[in-house]
Design a protein around this ligand. Structure first.
Ligand code: SAM
Length: 208
């Protein structure tokens, strides 16, 4: 079984408890951040790694239709319920970010929140390559991810927490998504800022 298959199985199981396990962080941390993330999205938008649909209430009201994809059917099932409760029009697909089943130049924006900190480093280049392929030229890739703090004590605390994070979410603070973005000369940096202390980072790049 490869790592993506394990991730899928894990998130299918976790989908039942995900919103509960993340409740505190959603309420006191992410809720304030998500509207800022979505203010960068334009036109036809893909929510990559849609999860249980925590972004859905923040989809701009003027968006005609947003597309949500996730590796896990269990997570998508929850996202579908959230979409119907919020009255937002969303098309869902079970899909792997490293092999997107969309034509080239399909989207104006891609938003991905906390998916790249779950995706193992060895799959990141392929997922970024797929994002680039399905985005139109001038389209935006909008990423919200955790990174290790530069503050000694905060970093130490994050190191202590990381086995829990790996066990429960299969996530890590050690993903090098920004390095992979810099490796490719397909992107122009638009925004790079921290939205929570120096650990939650918003990166917006434009496809050249
Ligand atoms: C930590 S959750 C974040 C969910 C949501 N974006 C949010 O902000 O609450 C990570 C999600 O990424 C999904 N995921 C992980 N690897 C993926 C892949 N290769 N393709 C698509 N989705 C993936 C997981 O199934 C999970 O739903």
């Amino acid at each position: 079984m490869n790592q993506l298959h394990l991730l899928k199985t894990h998130y299918n199981f976790l989908s039942r408890f995900y919103d509960l396990s993340d409740w505190f962080f959603e309420k006191f941390r992410y809720k304030q951040i998500r509207p800022i993330v979505w203010s960068h999205a334009r036109g036809k938008t893909l929510d990559l790694g849609v999860g249980t649909g925590q972004n859905i209430p923040y989809y701009p009201n003027h968006f005609a239709k947003t597309v949500g994809v996730d590796l896990s059917e269990g997570m998508i099932l929850r996202a579908k319920k959230r979409a119907s409760l919020s009255g937002k029009s969303v098309e869902f697909y079970q899909m792997d970010a490293t092999a997107l089943n969309f034509s080239d130049n399909s989207f104006d924006s891609i938003v991905s929140t906390f998916m790249f900190c779950v995706l193992p480093n060895e799959y990141q280049l392929q997922a970024l390559h797929e994002c680039c392929r399905v985005l139109k030229t001038g389209g935006r890739l909008i990423l919200l991810e955790y990174t290790y703090s530069n503050n000694f004590f905060r970093k130490l605390w994050m190191k202590i927490l990381s086995p829990y994070l790996a066990l429960v979410y299969k996530a890590g603070f050690n993903r090098i998504t920004m390095d992979f973005l810099k490796l490719s000369n397909m992107w122009k940096l638009e925004t790079d800022q921290f939205l929570y202390k120096d650990i939650i980072r918003l990166v917006v790049v434009q496809k050249i």
